[in-house]
Design a protein around this ligand. Structure first.
Ligand SMILES: Nc1ncnc2c1ncn2[C@@H]1O[C@H](COP(=O)(O)OP(=O)(O)O)[C@@H](O)[C@H]1O
Ligand SMILES: [Mg+2]
Length: 212
């Protein structure tokens, strides 16, 4: 469902990715683990069509993403890929509910259906009482959960999370990791989760999975 072959990335003369092959199916959770500067974000951005490889091919759902440009590329990303970054990148002037709805409105889905799914996702993520809060009125952990709901709004095939707990304290990081376990149960078989973790955060995540 997601395959990459011989993905190579050089920044000028600096080789960062040297021929990465990866194949991930629906329902799988894959962690890309490495120390700082290893090239994890570079790989995730390339797999997520946010950056182009120097060489190599990427296919998502049978679509060679290098063939997509401009509006088609933005449209593909909007429908098929959900991103969760280390920093939430929520829009400060909009409420939690609006932030989650925006990618759904961009996709052209019926507004009432988008709102309904957004409320459902925010409830699953424990934010039922926070729908109308602006990002600055939410804690770091809550902001990141809004970002998770936003990543799920268009029912993407792939979720890409780049150190999603990297900016949280250990309590909030643990809570978010437990939510990922719940989401995995809810959406299993339906979605592919690609995580990037620093080595020590990855160990934390494995422990959470074992606790469940
Ligand atoms: N736009 C860029 N231009 C030049 N070098 C870059 C750029 N982005 C990342 N790098 C370099 O590529 C390497 C991998 O970066 P990155 O993928 O962000 O690592 P990670 O996410 O594993 O910490 C680093 O050495 C970084 O300095
Ligand atoms: Mg990184």
């Amino acid at each position: 469902m997601l395959t990459a072959r011989n993905v190579t990335k050089n920044y000028s003369n600096l080789p960062v990715l040297k021929g990465v092959d990866i194949s991930v199916s629906k329902g799988e959770i894959v962690a890309i683990v490495g120390s700082s500067g290893a090239g994890k974000s570079t790989l995730l951005h390339i797999l997520g069509t946010l950056d182009a490889p120097t060489m190599g091919q990427i296919e998502i759902n049978g679509v060679a993403t290098s063939t997509l440009y401009g509006k088609k590329l933005a449209d593909f990303r909007n429908r098929h890929i959900g991103f969760i970054f280390q920093f939430h990148h929520l829009l400060p002037e909009f409420s939690a509910l609006e932030n989650v709805c925006i990618p759904g409105f961009i996709a052209g889905t019926k507004k009432s259906a988008v709102r309904e799914r957004a409320i459902f996702l925010l409830e699953v993520l424990g934010l039922r009482e926070r729908l109308e809060h602006r990002p600055k009125e939410l804690s770091g952990g809550e902001q990141q959960r809004v970002a998770v709901a936003r990543a799920l709004i268009n029912n993407p095939d792939v979720i890409m999370a780049d150190e999603p707990t990297g900016n949280l304290d250990s309590h909030n990081a643990r809570e978010l990791n437990q939510l990922f376990v719940i989401l995995q149960v809810l959406f299993v078989d339906d979605i592919l989760l690609l995580f990037v973790f620093l080595v020590h955060h990855h160990l934390l995540y494995e422990q959470e999975l074992m606790v469940e």
